[in-house]
Design a protein around this ligand. Sequence first.
Ligand code: HEM
Ligand SMILES: *[C@@H]1O[C@H](CO)[C@@H](O)[C@H](O)[C@H]1NC(C)=O
Ligand SMILES: *[C@@H]1O[C@H](CO)[C@@H](O)[C@H](O)[C@H]1NC(C)=O
Ligand SMILES: *[C@@H]1O[C@H](CO)[C@@H](O)[C@H](O)[C@H]1NC(C)=O
Length: 333
Amino acid sequence: MERRRRSICTVVAAAVAVAAMVAVMPAGVAADLSPDYYKASCPRLESIVRYEVSRKINETVVTIPAVLRLFFHDCVVTGCDASALISSPHDDAEKDAPDNMSLAGDGFDTVNRVKAAVESACPGVVSCADILALAARDVVSLASGPSWPVELGRLDGLVSRASDVDGQLPGPDMHVNKLAAVFDRHGLSVRDLVALSGAHTVGFAHCTRFAGRLYNHSAGEPTDPSMNKDYAAQLMEACPRDVGKTIAVNMDPVSPIVFDNVYYTNLVNGLGLFTSDQVLYADASTRDTVKDFAADQAAFFEAFVSSMVKLGRLGVKAGKDGEVRRVCTAFNH
Ligand code: HEM
Ligand SMILES: *[C@@H]1O[C@H](CO)[C@@H](O)[C@H](O)[C@H]1NC(C)=O
Ligand SMILES: *[C@@H]1O[C@H](CO)[C@@H](O)[C@H](O)[C@H]1NC(C)=O
Ligand SMILES: *[C@@H]1O[C@H](CO)[C@@H](O)[C@H](O)[C@H]1NC(C)=O
């Protein structure tokens, strides 16, 4: 944890740069969702969310990756319904599943704080699922990434089970065919896979998630040869063999908390952290997209926005399948 703090404080200033506006709205907007959903019922919603997210980022820049990853995990497990936010007294909710693997507490804290601010302006109106979707957009844009109109109108789910997480999330050791299969299960394409993986341009990973690439690649070759040798040496220094679970490193060693296309230039240079990152360049089916995004940040931003909107439509709850929670960590009843 100490190590994590020190590695990020030098780059705080970069995270608050003003974002570029990218107005992309893919065709076929889901019937119930609209960026204007709360226009009458909570007119100041977006500025409240942005203010609270900005305040939280100023306290800790870890907020940026924590919120973005939380949105992804929530959406791929039983849909974007804030089920990932439920705290169970029995430790059997989604957030307790082994696969949550260190979802950072600052993501949860951000949503809870924004919700409290939104409740005092418009009580009982705005769902936690929508707040998470807005916060995910805001962390990206406040980290110098793109911005986009967020579709709204999701209800919060009525179920949160650790067992629902099994098999829904991709793993860092997966190759493209496996990753593509996991994404396909959620109606997300190979292009969505490549674009959304660009989220790894911000944030941290624990040594245990990639140590196999450093020390245990194969019998004759302990270090994965697709990894840049200097990078591998740096990672071995940061993550000695058998290191505890607490040490984390930047996932983008070049610009760790700026939302940019450097993730893709890193892949071209053998600086992908996980197998699941580096294979996007190694595999012929995804390499050209990686090269396009490495060469053209605007192309990456446009694809990322379009894939985030798609991600935000997964498993949206309506009618009696949902509610607007009073607090994001608990069901109303
Ligand atoms: C393509 C398959 C993916 C795999 C295999 C994967 C796996 C992982 C793993 C293992 C970590 C490190 C967790 C830790 O050690 O603490 C991580 C972190 C992260 N992931 Fe992914 N992920 C994938 C896709 C995504 C997507 C689609 C997003 C968001 C759109 C995302 C956003 C993040 C962020 C922001 C972090 C940093 C979290 C933090 O610093 O708190 N990932 N991912
Ligand atoms: C966060 O910091 C930035 C840069 O110093 C500042 O412009 C912004 O107003 C701050 N946000 C809040 C909510 O205080
Ligand atoms: C994730 O799950 C583990 C148990 O596998 C639990 O100890 C941890 O608190 C959970 N993380 C969060 C943020 O709830
Ligand atoms: C090293 O890799 C092998 C084969 O994948 C695996 O069976 C073994 O458990 C790994 N060892 C460690 C220490 O992770």
